[in-house]
Design a protein around this ligand. Structure first.
Ligand SMILES: *Cc1c(COP(=O)(O)O)cnc(C)c1O
Length: 366
């Protein structure tokens, strides 16, 4: 019996998100010395206040979480200078990215994203039976190698385009664009095309650049953020998006009522309040990223510029051998074949010790 045949056409054509290596299996095999540099997690850990907030929720596990996420939304609204009605919470921003496609696109519609854009955009598009139009990325020789080409993206928007996904900075390239360039891009986008700017790594950008200030002048703009990266809460699954209240109200129709659990809500609110911990982690990341990028470049590898907590590194035809050697010695990178970059690995910036172990393997294999 072919269950695939029972699935709707869009799902028949869909391939599941590739999470990279099976980390649980690698942890069992290697033990605590495993160096996990494949998922852009935060090696510095969450704010102690977030941990305390989680413990404080343990007595309430038999209760449903707040379906409105009121406390967290009010804290977010205050921090970002927006209205509570402009915010929607997600079980990670991944969930929200899927929902934007569910709400705004259907078979026959087009969704625009960049070549080498985050993998979830294609999955979200295909899951609703819409068609992805991939705009060619900037060239390898560009100052933002393989980054988003906003002109190409604008040129890819046609009469059937309903949605555009951009990531700033982008995963897996690490590249970014400025808010003036985004503003100019948005002026070229028809008002009835929704533009999602995924700012999963915004906190890592120098000066904390975000498109939030463009919201009043562009009601079709949606900004997606997450607590998984800079705030180090990947395991709790909390993300959010900010947009026009009318747009948020429509997306709310498909949100599962209790999509963010009580520990996630409490931890995110506490983490948001601990600015000092956030800044400490960001400073460590910036320092280690610069050192790691230098070390890799001095060994002759092409390192894409990055304002994130990871580096896209081109190892060319040695990529597979290097990946195998890393895994054999308990260092887990992220292969990029699924992104059409089989000559690259994406490497999360670890702590000093983890980065040293990565470099040691590279030196051992010469
Ligand atoms: C990590 C990541 C996300 C989402 O992560 P969640 O854990 O689902 O919040 C979204 N976009 C990009 C580009 C990412 O790298």
């Amino acid at each position: 019996m072919s269950f695939e045949r029972l699935a709707v056409p869009a799902i028949q054509a869909l391939r599941a998100y590739d999470p990279g290596h099976d980390l649980v299996a690698w942890r069992r095999r290697v033990g605590p010395s495993l160096v996990e540099l494949g998922s852009n997690e935060n090696p510095w850990g969450a704010s102690p206040a977030a941990r305390a907030a989680v413990l404080d929720q343990l007595h309430a596990m038999h209760r449903y979480p707040d379906p409105l996420g009121g406390d967290l939304k009010r804290a977010l609204a205050a921090k970002h200078g927006v209205d509570v009605a402009q915010i929607i919470l997600g079980n990670g921003s991944h969930e929200l990215l899927m929902q934007f496609a569910q709400v705004f696109a259907e078979p026959g519609d087009e969704v625009v994203a960049s070549q080498y854009g985050f993998a979830v955009y294609a999955i979200a598009t295909q899951a609703v039976g819409a068609t992805l139009r991939a705009a060619p990325a900037l060239s390898r020789a560009s100052s933002m190698p393989r980054g988003h080409d906003l002109d190409a993206l604008a040129a890819s928007i046609g009469p059937r385009t309903k949605l555009v996904y951009l990531a700033n900075p982008n995963n897996p390239t690490g590249t970014w664009f400025g808010s003036d360039a985004l503003d100019a891009f948005l002026q070229r986008v028809p008002r009835d095309v929704v533009v999602v700017v995924d700012e999963a790594y915004a906190e890592f950008v120098e000066g904390g650049a975000t498109a939030l200030s463009l919201l009043p002048s562009h009601p079709n703009l949606v900004i997606a953020r997450t607590f998984s990266k800079a705030y180090a809460l990947a395991g709790l699954r909390v993300g959010f998006a900010v947009a026009d209240p009318g747009l948020i109200a429509v997306v709310e129709r498909v949100r599962e009522s209790f999509n963010v659990n009580c520990m996630g809500l409490a931890a995110a609110e506490a983490a948001l309040g601990d600015v000092e911990h956030l800044q400490w982690g960001l400073a460590r990341n910036a320092e280690e990223r610069a050192a790691l990028a230098d070390a890799l470049a001095s060994r002759g590898w092409f390192v894409h510029p990055s304002q994130t907590n990871f580096l896209l590194v081109e190892f060319g035809d040695r990529t597979q051998a290097i990946e195998a050697a890393l895994l054999e010695r308990g260092v887990v990178p992220r292969p990029m074949g699924g992104y059409g970059l089989p000559g690259c690995l994406r490497i999360t910036v670890g702590d000093r010790d983890e980065n040293r172990r990565l470099l040691t393997v590279l030196d051992e294999i010469g």
